[in-house]
Design a protein around this ligand. Structure first.
Ligand code: GLA
Length: 374
């Protein structure tokens, strides 16, 4: 009578620990199904996701709560949506997302304080439509950053302060944006200073894509090193992680980026992860009639391999990586559905359009949890 419960207990704990060592792939085991990404990765880094007010509702919202411990507003905190006119802020969507994070005890990343896209038109021009001076533009930037960061002080633990100021063409250096044309590179350090003044405890990030391309990486490294050397308050580099199944990035380049940026004493976060099933294209265009947009077995295999490689590397650097955030929740909606090719669906995430885990998901959570220390 007494032996049976003990055996059951031993069997249960054995099956639990062997499960924890190497979760069975696609097992459908009750424990696998109940756990979320965040549970498998709790000894590594917080798992995050970009959200909109809509994706916090219903089944999508449940998926967010089950799998993630960190959220980023996909659009709601960008300068255009949140500050549409000089004397008018629109807070509703951002407030709602911050409240969701608070209610569910999630971390909240702020995105993004200074960018050349989704920026309101008024910011660069005076009443007559002429470009404003550097002095005026920096004052506007300061007012914007101070107002937004102060509103969420203590609620947002990390901000993407400056987004994408380095050109893809390495010979060009800085991106030719209105910010750069009017202010030169000074707006970058100023943005960090304004954010730090408004919330001295927030971690401040420079965020960009193609951070694994050696020539662009060099330019980003040089720019960020200059900030660090000048004691500008910057705490991390965000690798956006808009990658693709076509060997983008290579393992070597990903490792090199993490090592180089962290060698500056900075944290590294993957801020906008998705793995496109198409080749990267530089310019938007319409879908051609002969182009399919089904998720083929070949794409699936390549995507599984790429997700597996990327998470192997990220786990290796768990001491340097402080967050990994996916860009969108499930394939019900991804920003890549229409970009850069209008009318073409993409399949870049771990959850399909019915919010079910894809095979790549089971690969991402199937690993030997012995930590490596690099
Ligand atoms: C950049 C921005 C993001 C988002 C993506 C596309 O990576 O940082 O906010 O707009 O482009 O959705």
């Amino acid at each position: 009578m007494r032996i049976l419960p003990i055996i059951t207990l031993i069997a249960a704990s054995f099956s639990y620990s062997s499960h924890a060592q190497a979760p069975a792939k696609n097992s459908g085991d009750q424990k696998d199904v109940e756990k979320g990404l965040k549970d498998y990765y709790k000894d590594y880094f917080p798992m995050g996701v970009a959200v909109s007010p809509r994706s916090l509702e219903g089944a999508e919202g449940e998926l967010v709560k089950k799998h993630f411990t960190s959220i980023t507003a996909e659009n709601a905190m960008k300068m255009g949506p949140i500050h549409p006119e000089e004397n008018r802020y629109f807070w509703d969507n951002a407030d709602l997302i911050v409240k969701f994070a608070e209610d569910n005890k999630m971390k909240m990343r702020g995105h993004t304080l200074c960018w050349h896209n989704q920026v309101p038109k008024w910011i660069f021009v005076d009443d007559g439509g002429n470009p404003v001076t550097k002095e005026v533009l920096l004052k506007r930037l300061k007012d914007h950053i101070t107002t937004v960061v102060t509103r969420y002080k203590g609620k947002i633990y990390a901000w993407d302060v400056v987004n994408e100021v380095i050109d893809d063409d390495a010979t060009k250096g800085f991106r030719d944006s209105p910010w750069y044309r009017i202010c030169g590179e000074e707006f970058i350090s100023k943005a960090f200073e304004y954010a730090h003044e408004a919330d001295p405890k927030a971690l401040l990030f420079y965020n960009d894509y193609n951070t694994e391309k050696p020539s662009k990486r060099d330019n980003i490294y040089t720019m960020v090193k200059k900030l660090v050397d000048a004691k500008i308050p910057i705490h991390g580099v965000g690798l956006q992680g808009h990658w693709s199944i076509y060997n983008d990035p290579t393992e070597e380049n990903l490792r090199e980026s993490i090592q180089r940026f962290s060698s500056l004493g900075l944290q590294v976060q993957v801020t906008e992860l998705d793995i496109s099933v198409y080749r990267p294209e530089p310019k938007p265009r319409d879908r051609r009639a002969d182009e399919e947009d089904t998720f083929t077995t070949e794409m699936e295999q390549k995507q599984i391999a790429q997700y597996k490689m990327i998470f192997n590397v990220l786990r290796d650097y768990k001491n340097k990586i402080s967050n990994v955030t996916f860009w969108n929740v499930s394939e019900r909606y991804s920003w890549l559905d229409n970009f850069p090719v209008r009318g073409r669906k993409n399949y870049p995430l771990l959850f399909d359009k019915d919010q079910q885990p894809k095979k790549a998901y089971w690969e991402v959570i199937s690993f030997d949890p012995v930590p490596k220390h690099e």
